[in-house]
Design a protein around this ligand. Structure first.
Ligand code: GLN
Length: 481
C-alpha cells in the first residue's frame, strides 16, 4: 500500500509501531502531489522543505516519547486560512503575494499537535462559489473526471484528499463549501456547529456563518481533526466550549428525519436512489425513518444570497490597496488607489457580491431585503430546531446532482447559487452537518448530508462510523494516471 493512501488512523498505527516515519509519510504525499497535481491543480503552494522539516521534528518528538493522534500526519490547508510561514492568497489577485503575520488559531493548534503542513489548496476567490472556477489562479479539476469541477469553494482541499495527496485537508464552510466539494469528490467533509472552532485567522467571508472544518477520508478521521481544532479562543468571541456528548455510541433506535421537500422536484434520480439506499442501510441498522417537513428551507438560498453579500461587502471593505496585498500605488489620489486596487484586485464574483451587498444594505432597501432576510432566517432556524426535537438527525442529499462539467454553469450565477439548495439551511441555523460518500452515479460520487443538533457532532460521527463500517463507498478512489 502507498503511504499517502492511508487514513489518519492507519498511519497513526504504523507511526506508533515504528513501521513508518513521518518523513516517509510526508515524502509519499509530496511525491503524489508531484505526480498528479499537474492534472488536478489542487495546490496553490507546496512547501516541500518546511514540510520535511516539520516531519523530521515530529519523528524526533515521537522518539522522545511524545504521542498524539496527529503527530507527523501531513495535511493541506485551504488558502483562505492564514499561515505565517507560507503565502495566503484566498485565490485572489488582491492577495497574490500576501504573507500573513500570524497563524490562524486552527493552524496553531495543528502545529502544536505535530501535524505537517504540505501546502495550501485552491478555492473560489474568497470562498465565493460552488465549483472552484472563481479562483484567480485557475480551476481545480475533479480527480474522478478531470473535465468536471471538484465543487467548491474548498475544491482544492477535497480534490487533494480524494487523490491521496494528503491524509486530510482543512476547508471552510459558509454555505456548503466543505460539504459540496466533499460530495463531488467522494470524501467525508464536516461543517461543525458555528462557534465550535475559532475563525481567528480565516479570511472572513460571512462572519455569521463561516466555520472551518475537516475534509478527510473517513468520519473517524474527521473527528480526530475536529477534536484537535475545536475549542474556545479568546480571539474569537463566538467560540464556546460546550461539546455535548450525545449518546452511548450506538445508532440503534435513532430517529432519522427525511424532509420531504428535499427529495422532490429538481433532484437527480440517481442521486435520490443512492441517498435513499443509504437511508435504508440505516433502517437495517435499527434506525427509525420519519418523514418530516421543512417548508421554509426552500427560502434558504434566497436568504443566504442576501445575508452573505451584505457581510461580504463589509468584510471586503478592508482590502483598500493600503493595508493588505495588491496596491495600485501609481495613482496619486487616495480615491484612485482604492478604485484601481479593488478594480484590478477583485474578480467578477467578488465584485458582484460587493455590489449586491452594498445595495441591500443601503438606506431604503435595508428593511426590505436585509431585515426581511434575517427574519426568514429565524423562521428557517426555528423549523430546524423544532424538527431536531422530534428526530435525532436529518438526512438530505448534499447536492441535487453529481459534479458538473467545467464551464457548464459559469455564465449563470443564479444556477450556481442554486447549487446550495440543500446546504444553506444548516449554515443559516449554525447546525453541524457532515457529507458522507454514499455511492457512485455513472462513475461520479454522490454525497449524503446528515444534519444534527448544535454541538452534537458526536451524533454525526456515530452516524458516519455506522455507515462506513458496513459500506465501502468511502474507500472508492478515482483512478489517476
Ligand atoms: N456556494 C456558496 C457560496 O458561493 C458556498 C460558499 C462557502 O461556503 N464558502 O457562497
Amino acid at each position: 500500500m502507498m503511504l499517502n493512501n492511508l487514513t489518519i488512523k492507519q498511519a497513526q498505527a504504523k507511526l506508533i509501531s515504528g513501521e513508518i516515519s513521518a518523513v516517509e509519510l510526508t515524502q509519499a504525499c509530496l511525491d503524489r502531489i508531484k505526480a498528479v497535481d499537474g492534472q488536478v491543480k489542487a495546490c496553490l503552494v507546496v512547501c516541500k522543505k518546511e514540510a520535511l522539516f516539520e516531519a523530521k521534528k515530529a519523528d524526533e518528538q515521537r522518539a522522545k516519547g511524545e504521542t498524539g493522534e496527529l503527530l507527523g500526519i501531513p495535511y493541506i490547508a485551504k488558502d483562505n486560512i492564514m499561515t505565517k510561514s507560507v503565502k495566503t492568497t484566498a485565490a485572489s489577485k488582491i492577495l497574490e503575494n500576501y504573507i500573513a503575520p500570524f497563524d490562524a488559531t486552527i493552524i496553531k493548534k495543528l502545529r502544536k499537535a505535530g501535524a505537517v503542513l504540505l501546502g495550501k489548496a485552491n478555492l473560489d476567490e474568497f470562498a465565493h462559489g460552488a465549483s472552484t472556477e472563481n479562483s484567480a489562479f485557475g480551476t481545480t479539476h475533479n480527480p474522478w473526471d478531470l473535465e468536471r469541477v471538484p465543487g467548491g469553494s474548498s475544491g482544492g482541499s477535497a480534490a487533494a484528499v480524494a487523490s491521496d495527496m494528503c491524509l486530510f485537508a482543512l476547508g471552510t464552510d459558509t454555505g456548503g463549501s466543505i460539504r459540496c466539494p466533499a460530495s463531488f469528490c467522494g470524501v467525508t467533509g464536516l461543517k461543525p456547529t458555528y462557534g465550535l472552532a475559532s475563525r481567528f485567522g480565516l479570511i472572513a467571508m460571512t462572519s455569521s456563518t463561516d466555520v472551518p472544518g475537516p475534509i478527510a477520508k473517513t468520519a473517524e478521521d474527521a473527528k480526530i481533526v475536529m477534536d484537535a481544532i475545536a475549542g474556545v479562543d479568546k480571539n474569537d468571541a463566538t467560540t464556546v466550549d460546550v461539546q455535548k456528548n450525545s449518546s452511548g455510541g450506538t445508532i440503534n433506535g435513532k430517529k432519522i428525519g427525511i424532509p420531504k421537500e428535499c427529495f422532490d422536484k429538481g433532484l437527480d434520480n440517481d442521486v435520490k436512489k443512492i441517498v435513499m439506499q443509504a437511508v435504508a442501510e440505516y433502517e437495517k441498522q435499527g434506525c427509525k425513518i420519519v418523514e418530516i417537513s421543512l417548508p421554509h428551507n426552500k427560502y434558504g438560498v434566497g436568504v443566504y444570497y442576501i445575508i452573505t453579500p451584505s457581510e461580504i461587502s463589509s468584510n471586503l471593505a478592508r482590502f483598500d490597496g493600503i493595508r493588505y496585498g495588491f496596491s495600485a500605488k501609481e495613482s496619486e489620489k487616495l480615491i484612485d488607489i482604492y478604485k484601481k486596487s479593488r478594480g484590478k484586485g477583485f474578480g467578477s464574483e467578488a465584485k458582484r457580491r460587493i455590489m449586491l451587498g452594498t445595495y441591500v444594505l443601503s438606506a431604503g432597501y435595508f428593511d426590505a431585503y436585509y431585515l426581511k432576510a434575517q427574519k426568514v432566517r429565524t423562521i428557517i432556524k426555528k423549523e430546524f430546531d423544532q424538527a431536531l426535537t422530534e428526530v435525532d438527525c436529518i438526512i438530505t442529499p448534499t447536492s441535487s446532482h453529481t459534479a458538473f462539467k467545467i464551464g457548464e454553469q459559469s455564465d449563470d450565477p443564479l444556477k450556481m447559487y442554486l447549487e446550495d439548495i440543500y446546504v444553506t439551511g444548516a449554515s443559516l441555523s449554525g447546525l453541524p452537518a457532515i457529507s458522507i460518500p454514499a455511492g457512485l452515479a455513472k462513475g461520479l460520487p454522490v454525497g449524503m448530508q446528515i444534519i444534527g443538533s448544535r454541538f452534537c457532532e458526536d451524533a454525526l460521527y456515530e452516524m458516519g462510523f455506522a455507515f462506513q463500517n458496513t459500506t465501502d463507498y468511502h474507500k472508492q478512489r478515482p483512478e489517476l494516471k
